[in-house]
Design a protein around this ligand. Structure first.
Ligand code: DLL
Length: 433
């Protein structure tokens, strides 16, 4: 089913006309209302009137997380605070959080976009959706909540954590849709088995997973564990939260809500534009946001776009699943390493659980990478003596994928930290230069 066929299946030409008109309005508005943008545009020698065609957006300066931090908390908002009806914030690992402010209209648009994304994934008003994202400043809980409510689902606002209770509710309320991070869904399945419950026997049929990178291997594992269809959805606080893009049931990339966001892909090093089918950093401009519009926001998320027709009938551009963030990329002895490459190797290796941690350090002038890999429980019990050969296999596979050597350390089942939200895979002990 398509939630809003008029918007999601629009002719490309009509969509581009709409985007151009909304881009013009947005640029004029931020120039008038947000001193930061006026200053930046003036410094770059561009004026909103210079935008004659969509391509002209390339003349306008990027916005980065630094700009958001420098203007913390409300400096980039385009309306007076009294017009805002909600604030959210992303925690981030360092410094001040990123704050999003929403007007009434922004919240209406947000729930509309989430309604589209969950409908794409196959959710209907008949479903019971258990939201195991945190409700709070994080956009995941409330964002999914209002979209699913708009679709007419029965919502179980469980929030994150308290896994045993989550599982009890799933059983008793006959939950059909699970909403959380992929890593929490893995953990919940593991916990279910510990409680003597077969997760695959529960009535779940769809998993709406997002908020962190996850591999095809993890998708297969989740689909097997829970006997459901695992669907990816993407978003970020800087743009709104979840609902920016989502996977339809064809499962070949995530449809971007292009009537609300203008997307570009750039080379993260040079800022030069990349074409369809070329990997790079996603950059978004909001087209309808009132409270907190952003211009050419550099997400640091690595993906690529395709405009090929999708058999679901939607005409929107799709982004490939995000493989990682430029700031998650490790540079080890000069080689770029993404945690997702390591996850892909591990997920193809029999005998290991989908939990791992990367410990980076420096010995003398030499960076070292140690991969802590958790053994699957069955493997640990049955085949203790084969562990050496398993270590060797992973070591060789990593070497061929990463082109550097990493030390592999197998660790006992259930010894790595579990998370109810986004997972933390990297421990970087190298001195900060
Ligand atoms: O994670 C919004 C969200 C909530 C999306 C629930 C989907 C579901 P932030 O906390 O601001 O917002 O984190 C945004 O998380 O820049 C990506 O690096 C990462 N991310 C989000 N969704 C995905 C995904 C929410 N599906 C940051 N795949 C983004 C990979 C994702 N990474």
């Amino acid at each position: 089913m398509i939630w809003n066929a008029e918007a999601e299946c629009m002719e490309r030409e009509a969509l581009q006309r709409l985007q151009l008109q909304r881009l013009k309005e947005t640029l004029q508005r931020v120039y008038k209302k947000v001193p930061h943008y006026r200053r930046r545009f003036d410094e770059a020698g561009v004026h909103p009137d210079d935008l004659k065609s969509i391509e002209d957006i390339g003349r306008f300066p990027f916005t980065t997380k630094h700009d958001l931090r420098d203007n913390y908390p409300f400096g980039l908002f385009a309306v007076p605070k009294k017009e805002l009806v909600r604030l959210h914030a992303s925690s981030g690992t360092t410094g001040k959080p990123v704050v999003g402010g929403y007007t009434k209209k922004d919240l209406e648009n947000w729930s509309e976009m989430v309604a589209r994304v969950v409908t794409m994934a196959g959710v209907t008003g008949e479903d019971t959706a258990q939201i195991a994202f945190n409700y709070g400043l994080f956009t995941g809980g409330f964002g999914l909540h209002y979209g699913l409510e708009k679709v007419g689902c029965t919502i179980v606002p469980a929030s994150g954590g308290n896994t045993q209770k989550q599982l009890m509710l799933m059983q008793d309320f006959e939950t059909t849709v699970l909403v959380c991070t992929p890593s929490y869904a893995l953990h919940m399945a593991e916990e279910a088995r510990t409680m003597g419950l077969d997760p695959a026997a529960l009535p779940l049929r769809i998993g709406l997973f997002g908020s962190e990178p996850w591999s095809e291997g993890v998708r297969r594992q989740l689909e097997k564990d829970w006997s459901l269809r695992a669907s990816d959805n993407y978003g970020l606080t800087e743009l709104m939260g979840p609902g920016v893009a989502g996977e339809c049931i064809v499962g070949d990339g995530l449809h971007i809500q292009e009537d609300h966001f203008f997307v570009e892909v750039i080379d993260p090093d040079t800022g030069e534009p990349k074409g369809y089918g070329e990997e790079g950093e996603l950059v978004f401009t909001t087209l309808t946001k009132e409270g907190f519009p952003v211009i050419r926001y550099r997400t640091k998320d690595i993906s690529m776009l395709t405009a090929d027709a999708c058999s679901c009938g939607r005409s929107t551009v799709r982004m490939r699943r995000v493989t990682g963030r430029t700031d998650d990329m490790l540079i080890i002895r000069g080689v770029n390493v993404f945690p997702s490459q390591i996850e892909s190797v591990l997920m193809e290796t029999e005998g290991v659980a989908p939990y791992y941690q990367l410990v980076v350090d420096r010995q003398g002038y030499m960076d070292t990478l140690e991969v802590h890999v958790e053994l699957a429980e069955e493997y640990f019990q049955d085949r203790y003596r084969e562990l050496e050969s398993l270590t060797k296999t992973i070591h060789q596979q990593l070497k061929s994928v990463l082109s550097i050597t990493a030390k592999v350390r197998l660790v006992e089942p259930r010894s790595l930290e579990r998370t109810t939200g986004k997972s933390k895979r990297i421990i970087d002990n190298r001195p900060k230069d």
